[in-house]
Design a protein around this ligand. Structure first.
Ligand code: ZN
Length: 52
């Protein structure tokens, strides 16, 4: 999974490390994205409302 960066110049979110010709700020590293998605699927399993 790719990290997510935020452009320091225009504020856009991007998966590219550079935006607007400058290095973007690392917002979410791949490990965090995996943990987040696991947390989300875990929550859905644990609280299975609204799944029908
Ligand atoms: Zn930009």
């Amino acid at each position: 999974m790719k990290p997510i960066y935020r452009c320091r110049v225009c504020g856009a979110f991007t998966e590219d490390q550079y935006h607007c010709g400058k290095q973007a700020e690392l917002l979410l590293d791949p490990g965090s994205r995996v943990r987040l998605s696991k947390l989300m699927s875990g929550l859905l399993r644990y609280y299975p409302w609204g799944l029908d």
